[in-house]
Structures are given as C-alpha cells and as structure tokens.
Write a protein that binds this ligand. Sequence first.
Ligand code: G6P
Length: 443
Amino acid sequence: MNNRLKIVVIGGGSSYTPELVEGLIKRFHELPIAELHLVDIEDGKHKLDIIYDLTQRMIAKAGLCIEVRKTVNRREALSDADFVVTQIRVGGLKCRANDEKLPLKHNLIGQETNGAGGFAKALRTIPAILDICKDIEELAPNAWLINFTNPAGIITEAVTRYSKVKVIGLCNVPLGMINNVAQILEVASSRINIDFVGLNHMVFGKDIYLDGNKITDLVLKRVCDGAYMSMNNIPDLNWSVDFIKALRLLPCPYHRYYFMTDKMLDEERKAIEDGSGVRAEQVQKIEHELFELYKEPMLDVKPAVLEKRGGAYYSEAAVSLISSIHNDKKAIHAVNVRNNSAIANLPEDVIVEVNAVIGRNGAIPITTGQLPIHINGLIQSIKSFELLTVEAAVLGDYYKALMALTINPLIGAIDIAKKVLDEILQQNISYLPQFKKELREKE
Ligand code: G6P
C-alpha cells in the first residue's frame, strides 16, 4: 500500500480549506499524507497565501511531517497525485450573488445550487471542471477525484460522461441529516444510519436506524413536533405536519425550495428588505471575518466561526471517504455515484446520491429498489434537468439550455425560462465561450 500519499486540493484558497486540513490531521494515523498541494488561480493568490500559511501552522502544531505546497500552476501540482479534491467557485462569490439575485427579479427562487441559480453555476463550472479532468487524465490517471464543487450532482454527472477520471461526488447534506437526527435523539452520530435515496440536494432519508433498529416513525414524529432539521445556509422553516405524514420519508433541507416554494421566496425577499442580502452577500461578510482571523500569526487551529457556513464539517465526509478508499475499508458513505440499478426506475448510467460501499475500487451503490411513487416524478424531472444542463454546458446548445430551464420545477414555463436564460447568458458571457457562437447567430 502507498504510504506516501499525495493530495491535491484545487480551489485550495477556499475559506473551507482549514476544515479539510483539520480532517486530514485528525486521520493522519490512517491516511499517511506526504504531500499536500494547494492549487488556486492567479486571482485567488492572495487567499491562497493566507490559507497556505495557516495550513503550515496547523500542521506544525499537530507535529506532523506533511510537505505543504502552494501553486497557481495546476499541472505542476497534479503530477502523480493519489487524490484530487475539487472545490472551485468559477466567478467567485460575485457570480454567486448574481445567480441568487437574477431569478428573484422574476419571482423565482434564487439559490446557489437549485433552479436558475444552480443552472447558471453549472454552465460556468462544467467547462472548468472538464479542463481539470483533462489534466488529471494525463498527469495523474490513477488518481481519485473527490468532487465537492457545486452543483455537485451535475458536476459529477458531467465528469462521468465526458472524462475517464475516477470520480466520486460528495456533499455534506447526508452527513448533516445524520447529525440532525443524532441531535434530536441526543445520541452520537455514529449510532445513526439512514438509507439515502435521490439526487444531490434532492435526497430523501428512506429509513432511519439507531444501532440498527428502525426508528423512522419516531424521527418523523419529532420532525412534526418542530425538531431542527436544516443547515446554516437554509432558513429553518418548520415542515407541515400533514406533509411529513403524507411523505413518510425524511426530506433534506433543500426540499423546502420545492415543497414550500412561496414561503422560501418570502424568506429570500425578507432577507433583501432587512439588509441581510442574498446568501452570497452574507457569506462575503463571513468570509471577510474568516480571512482576517486566518491571517493571525497565532492562529493554528480551525476557528469556530467557520461553522457558520453551510458546508461546516464537510471535511468529515471528505476525509473519511478518502480513508475508506485508501484503506479499502468497505465502509458505507452517501455519495454521488453512477446508479448501476441502485434506484430501479432511473437509468443505469446517471449519477444518483445513495449509500455506497467504499473501497479500493471506488463506490458500489447499494440497491434501494423503486422510488416511491410520490417522489419519483420530482426526481425524474430534476434528473432530466441535470442531463440537459450537462449537454447544454458542454455543447453550448441554446435550445438544450432552454429546455433544461423550462422543465425545472422551480421555473416551469417557457416564457419565463427564455427571459431568465437570455439574462444568464448575457451576465455570464465571459465565462461561457461555448455559447458565444449561438448568441451571435441569435442576434
Ligand atoms: C451546504 C451544501 C453545500 C453548499 C453549502 C453552502 O452545506 O451542502 O453544497 O456549498 O451549504 O454554504 P454557504 O455557507 O456557502 O452558503
């Protein structure tokens, strides 16, 4: 077994990196990392420098001998990597703010990974990720790509369809749901298991277990009683009792955008009126605070304020997954992976978010059977939206893009979809060279 692992983090200047570094330090006994490469782009160099210095201090405090390097030359870093973690944000928080504001102008949900916002982010991000994948294919063909980049399900779908890279898509929502249930029951998270079924940010808990005993009804009752079931970036609106009784599944926090659309839209409008702004603007403030802290020469641990972010604790998901692969643990993780019949009524070759057995050869999804009829329609629609979005982004195909937005349940009408699409393309044109020809022809 390789005892000198090389890990490359693309988007290493992200404010989330200290979270990952903390996880790598905690699991060093089972993940013998020799080199940790933090990669960013020229524009992110300032942040990369700060994160690099903090990483050095964290590793020195832990007394570990890990060589940390920083670079804006991705190809130089990738050579012979064992694991590549991607956590990029094409266009930064400025574009995220646009993604969240533009739909709101049309009375649509403005969200980073769902609806029109998630679509815009996917268009910008897919070409960038596929570029990274070309480099991985050439320079580190044996590496595992652990993708955190949002919209994580769509990005994983694009990588699986358009590259040969071995990829597993990861999100902290399933772990967040496990933690929520553990908190409700006041037990350790390690005692809770959930059978996950669905897609990224569209995942349901089918059955829930405490020490192997089914406790689904008990948890759903507590949710009906108003127990907290959310994450920092999503307003914690209580679920309707009738809805949970009818659903008989544990929804994920993002489902509020689909099943409580009007109320969520009100929340988004209120945040603008009271001056908090869209989530990207709130995050800009948190990030500022974080980077000021990160600069402190005395700081040598992950600061608590990082837990205000929606992706808090994502390192636990990432590092335990990497360890399961490296140590061939055959542990169960909820990941984004090729369906392979795990969900009977979705095609075999699409990416789904389900529990999978993780070992040296990657993720083997666990069969969950047919989707219950009452969630089947929504999941099929979102998967069609995702597939069309991937095709549109890769081919620069205006009409696939238009159809993707039209069938998305958060948009759902051709006139509005067309207006939104045209505005998204205009606003993002410098990131979307694949659409330039189409746009010229349409002018
Ligand atoms: C959740 C999601 C992530 C997302 C994050 C946003 O954790 O699972 O996919 O990136 O929230 O958090 P933020 O603090 O940036 O709004």
